[in-house]
Design a protein around this ligand. Sequence first.
Ligand code: AMP
Length: 216
Amino acid sequence: MRLVFLGPPGAGKGTQATRLANELGIPHISTGEILRAAIARSTPTGIEAKAYVDGGELVPFAIVLRLVEDRLQEDDARDGWLLDGFPRNLEQAHALEPLIEKLGQNLDHVVFFEVSDDEVVRRLSGRRVCKTCSETFHLEFSPPPDPQDCAPRQCEIFQRSDDSEDSIRNRLEVYSRETDPLVGHYQESGLLVTVSGSGPIDEVESALREALGHRR
Ligand code: AMP
């Protein structure tokens, strides 16, 4: 199966994508994760992307397209993939189409996770991530065992640099200007599946399974 996950920052795309990709045995390809890893390793791409990611701006098209192009050609992506965070605007969506056509593939569904702005701000401002195992916590809803570290694994908890108040506000603006038009775009092409992302994780997962189950 080949899927795109769409939705505002903090909609829970990453969490649901990890679960579903595991279940389906396909790679979860998160452009945000790839960029954060490049930034952490200070690769040339990471150095170029850092200011955009920190400020909640979209990283230039050519950089992101190259990352996706390379990743989709890896062996583990031959029989399916789940793209999380790409495409993020119409330009990227138009570039994805010939790319997957060239690979002799096609997109099965685009899942749109619907969540209100208030819920997004609440989720993102309390989000904390473990540096070592990438597990995500929330100060209010699923607090780490200790605010400073997720003992007993001795991991280090941090707040993503783009989860600051200013950056969250900017990411929401960028989302509504750039990414939201993709909902109409994929609706028109008949690929869109809408799932409410506002409940607890397990509830959203059930809604997602049900929505895709009807279309598999
Ligand atoms: P995410 O983890 O999906 O929230 O992405 C974090 C940040 O990475 C975004 O705010 C952008 O700065 C950058 N990013 C991720 N995916 C893309 C994309 N498809 N196009 C441009 N920038 C992206």
